[in-house]
Design a protein. Structure first.
Length: 70
C-alpha cells in the first residue's frame, strides 16, 4: 500500500473541501490518501511568490509529521 499525505493550508470551508475531495479522488485499493490540515495559508488573491514562501515552514513541518506517522 502506498500512503500519500496531502497538505492543505487554511482555506475557507468550501475551498478546503474542494481540494480535499480532489486529493481523495486519487485513492485506489493500492493508494491511500490522507489529508493534513495546515494552519498557515497561502490563500490570498494577489499574493507574491515571496509571500508564499513565508508559509513554507508550516507545510514542511506537516510533511515531517506525516512521515513520522508513516
Amino acid at each position: 500500500m502506498i500512503r500519500v499525505a496531502f497538505c492543505i493550508g487554511g482555506y475557507p470551508p468550501e475551498e478546503f473541501k474542494r481540494r480535499a475531495d480532489l486529493a481523495l479522488s486519487y485513492s485506489t485499493s493500492e493508494i491511500e490518501i490522507g489529508i493534513l490540515n495546515v494552519e498557515a495559508s497561502p490563500y490570498f488573491y494577489g499574493i507574491t511568490p515571496a509571500e508564499i514562501q513565508l508559509v513554507a515552514a508550516a507545510f514542511i513541518d506537516a510533511d515531517r509529521r506525516a512521515e513520522r506517522a508513516g
